[in-house]
Design a protein around this ligand. Sequence first.
Ligand code: THU
Length: 142
Amino acid sequence: MEKDFDRGELIRHALEQQKKAYAPYSGYQVAAAVLMDSGKVYTGVNVENASYPAGICAERNAIFHAAACGERRITAIAVVAGLRGENTEYSSPCGICRQVMREFCDPKEMRVILARTPEDYRERTLEELLPESFGPESLPRL
Ligand code: THU
């Protein structure tokens, strides 16, 4: 069932974290705030590495943070991103992050908020960003 939540507040959580992004190589600072069905919000930022592929996106960092705290169901995620923290675009999650979101939600219900400011954002369902997806129910039961 669709849950109502405060989009602006979730975006503000992400914006507060954005300065903590560790992006010395790309300069592209990303932050995500994920609202779980428990009502709790977990944040994450991108963390790059001198060995480039070892870095991680903000969205996965936030979701893994929530999962490590025992959370299993996502209501929504807000993402903010921009070069040196200037959020001129609506940044859409990469394919790997979309698949990680898929693990912990109903894609028809989960909301992805692509934000520039608390008032200026685009909203999609995960289903729109990742149609005909492969998820936990796709695997045969053992
Ligand atoms: N990045 C994210 O954090 N999330 C995305 O969905 C796309 C890309 C990060 C990874 C890397 O640190 C930087 O943005 C440039 O790709």
